[in-house]
Write a protein that binds this ligand. Structure first.
Ligand code: ATP
Ligand code: MG
Length: 389
């Protein structure tokens, strides 16, 4: 008898060619997640699931914990693998009862056979194992809503015995969808936006703009700390730190105070796109949500987006702040985001920036600037920091 974790994914996402990429990325991420936690269990791709082999007598929970945070997983089950003989399956059932019963009062048995030539039918297995469990535990059979669903999967060469599985993190495995560039401030929202892109399988590069030495280096430190946490889903991340102070001085000289935040953002979009092109990312990601702050009106988003040539994805666009905060807490980024910092966007801006900017006005104010040159200079000055590699 041996112990394993069975990892199942949703089949819906797996059409044709996609399947190999999906399962390969998932198995790789499971391996990396285990390795990062110091667990070197073998990980195998089976026909419709991934199997992790646990050492004899080991506790499944550390591996289970790590794997439950990997995107692309529907369910995870700790299982016992037994031989096909009925007695061996019964041994597996006894051991499962010892480990997993936890005082349950009702149960059901759900057997299934991959090989229909197996001498016992699923119904036979259900009744025979069912009476054994009744005797051993005193619990009663209940077909709907039982405390425990004891599963017996009889396969071609072995059988799996296990109790109802644990939900996984869902979504798609990181690395199975396209490559994006996320604009990461030190705030609460943008890390959550990036994590949502991970959950859709994207590879994410990060860009942070800072006004050091006009301000202290705190926003850069926060960006680094945030990427370190976010990298727990990506296992290898890059953060591009862009000095914004020089460009910012020129923008301030050219642009009317009410338009400065919008002008900063238009500039950030252009530089982020330039960096995205250099690393072959195809879209930008921001943490904006409509109406959350003055710069995030539909009018301002329109003025900002008019300089973009790549899609600007805004996964939080329809969310409330409270929902975003809940997600940030779950991700472990919230406590970093709320630390005080000196953010570049609050420099040289009035208390009441424009709410309804116009593209024409923004363009007019930028005519005094050599935008292309400024963008290239900023992109060239970006410093890249790598994580988890
Ligand atoms: P956040 O909590 O992500 O900072 P916010 O609600 O404070 O968002 P803004 O400060 O208006 O909103 O920023 C909107 C978006 O612009 C951010 O979510 C982020 O994607 C991007 N952004 C803002 N400042 C920076 C920065 N210094 N570097 C990189 N991206 C930034
Ligand atoms: Mg912010």
């Amino acid at each position: 008898m041996s112990r394993h974790l069975l990892i199942r994914y949703h089949e819906v996402a797996l059409k044709g060619k996609n399947r190999g990429v999906f399962v390969g990325a998932l198995a790789t991420n499971v391996r990396k997640a285990l390795a990062r936690a110091g667990l070197d269990h073998p990980v195998r791709q089976e026909r419709s699931q991934i199997r992790v082999d646990l050492p004899d007598g080991s506790d499944a929970s550390p591996a289970l914990n790590v794997i439950s945070r990997v995107y692309g997983i529907a369910r995870i089950a700790p299982v016992l693998r037994t031989g096909l003989a009925f007695d061996e399956i019964v041994d597996g059932v006894r051991e499962t009862i010892r480990d997993e019963w936890n005082g349950a009062e009702t149960f059901r048995v759900s057997a299934s056979r991959a090989d229909k030539r197996y001498p016992l039918t699923s119904a036979d297995l259900n009744t025979q194992i069912g009476s054994l469990v009744e005797e051993e535990t005193g619990a009663a059979v209940k077909l709907r809503g039982a405390d425990i669903d004891l599963r017996i999967d009889v396969r071609e060469r072995d059988a799996f015995v296990y109790v109802e599985s644990v939900p996984g993190a869902g979504g798609l495995p990181v690395g199975s969808s396209g490559h994006v560039m996320a604009l990461l401030s030190g705030g609460i929202d943008s890390p959550v936006a990036a994590a949502r892109m991970f959950r859709r399988g994207c590879t994410v590069d990060f860009v942070h703009f800072h006004s050091f030495p006009l301000v202290d280096g705190s926003s850069r430190d926060k960006a680094r700390d945030l990427v370190r946490v976010l990298d727990e889903s990506q296992f290898g991340s890059r953060l591009h730190l862009v000095p914004f102070a020089d460009a910012q001085r020129q923008i301030v000289a050219a642009v009317n105070p009410a338009y400065r935040v919008v002008a900063y953002r238009r500039f950030m979009v252009r530089v982020a796109e330039e960096l995205a092109r250099r690393v072959n990312a195809l879209a930008l990601v921001t943490g904006e949500s409509i109406g959350q702050v003055a710069s995030q009106t539909v009018e301002n988003i329109s003025t900002i987006d008019s300089v973009a040539r790549m899609p600007v994805l805004r996964p939080l666009i329809g969310m409330d702040k409270q929902e975003i905060i809940t997600e940030a807490r779950r991700l472990g980024t919230f406590d970093i985001s709320i630390l005080p910092d000196e953010d570049c966007c609050s420099l040289f801006v009035p208390k009441h920036p424009i709410l309804r900017s116009s593209i024409v006005e923004a363009e007019r104010m930028e005519t005094a600037l050599d935008v292309d040159e400024l963008v290239r200079m900023s992109a060239d000055e970006a410093q890249m920091v790598t994580f988890g590699q």
